[in-house]
Design a protein around this ligand. Structure first.
Ligand code: ATP
Ligand code: MG
Ligand code: FE
Length: 334
């Protein structure tokens, strides 16, 4: 199967062609990071406008570099949600126009299933599995018993992990997006500050990061009031340690609970070097195979949407030209 994937849920305009859900034939991404950086975060109206500017070019680039023609396509898969509604609509409408013009089926994709399926470019999925999704808007433990089946068994009660990275980064004066900046800064520091870990109730697989975020902000204010010089690298390393410890422990508990044959990590925060190394260590100790996408496939891209769309396509999921973007969308419906 040859699927063209289209992704516009946030601040990257992306299109990619994927063969059999496992081979990337082309992968075009136009990132708006430089545009939004000066605002300190994604501005929805600005994002929509840039998606409109880029969508045609990016789709053409993906098709041109794929080595296939429109006639060879089996379907077009597009992110229906969740995400910024104005941004989503650009991708959805672009996909509808292309599906109509070339008379190919249209397959709706849930963005988070895309992040999960980025792992299929690394290795074949083995079920049952536990996927930890850690991104700008999500922190979820997902139990999958087979392809295209998703049960959320843990979720954040407040901030997403990536959101916490971005907010803490902003507090210590780092540019948007803060995750990669904290990661870099932490490499030169030590986790000497004991920030809280939110374990929640015994056995809970839920997460909470707003307490940690406040603890970091309070620490900074207190130190400044005492006239102490701040060690930003130590703050970054300590914050990162707290986040990764909770993510890793809860993922391991979930994996053992469902007797997982595989652990997947997905979403932008899976690019974090500490999360990657600690997750590897913990999975190794327990003898559970682990997959984390290469860095370029951790953040938003369309190859992952095409990969998940391939499963949807094979299961017979179709959308007609009334398809609408949805800012909120349940993963269980996909
Ligand atoms: P969602 O997927 O939930 O809709 P999104 O698409 O905006 O949100 P992603 O593109 O998956 O999110 O990930 C972006 C997030 O990943 C940002 O919060 C960013 O700071 C974070 N991130 C990227 N690289 C790293 C890193 N090395 N360490 C920590 N966080 C990172
Ligand atoms: Mg992004
Ligand atoms: Fe994302």
């Amino acid at each position: 199967t040859m699927i063209l994937g289209i992704e516009t849920s946030c601040d990257e305009t992306a299109a990619a062609v994927v063969e059999n859900g496992t081979v990337i034939r082309s992968n075009a991404v136009a990132s708006q990071i430089d545009i939004h950086r000066r605002f300190g975060g994604v501005v929805p109206e600005v994002a929509s406008r840039h998606h409109v500017d880029q969508i045609t070019l990016v789709c053409e680039e993906a098709m041109n570099n794929s080595g296939i023609s429109w006639d060879d396509l089996d379907a077009i898969a597009v992110t229906q949600g969740p995400g910024l509604i104005g941004a989503l609509l650009v991708g959805v409408n672009g996909a509808k126009a292309l599906a109509y013009a070339h008379q190919v089926p249209l397959v709706p994709v849930h963005h988070i299933t895309g992040h999960i399926y980025a792992n299929r470019f690394v290795q074949e999925l083995e079920f049952p599995l536990i996927a930890l999704v850690v991104s700008g808007g999500h922190t979820e433990l997902v139990h999958m018993k087979e392809h295209g089946s998703y049960e959320v068994i843990g979720t954040t009660r407040d901030d997403a992990a990536g959101e916490a990275f971005d907010k803490v980064a902003r507090t210590i004066g780092l540019p948007y997006p803060g995750g990669p900046e904290i990661d870099k800064l932490a490499k030169g520091g030590q986790p000497t500050i004991n920030f809280p870990r939110a374990w929640l109730e015994e056995g809970s697989l839920d997460f909470s990061f707003s307490g940690l975020k406040s603890a970091v902000i309070n620490y900074i204010h207190n130190e400044q009031q005492r006239g102490h010089e701040l060690n930003h690298a130590d703050i970054a390393a300590s914050f990162q340690e707290s986040v990764s410890e909770v993510l890793v422990k809860k993922t391991m508990i979930a994996a053992e609970r469902v007797h997982a044959k595989q652990i997947l990590v997905a979403g932008g925060v899976s690019a974090n070097s500490k999360v990657r190394s600690e997750m590897e260590r913990a999975a190794n100790t327990r003898g559970i195979p682990l997959s984390i996408p290469p860095l370029s496939l951790c953040t938003d891209n369309a190859a992952m949407i095409a990969a998940s769309g391939t499963i949807g396509f094979l299961k017979g999921m179709r959308a007609d030209l009334s398809l609408n973007g949805k800012a909120n969308l349940a993963i269980e419906d996909f």
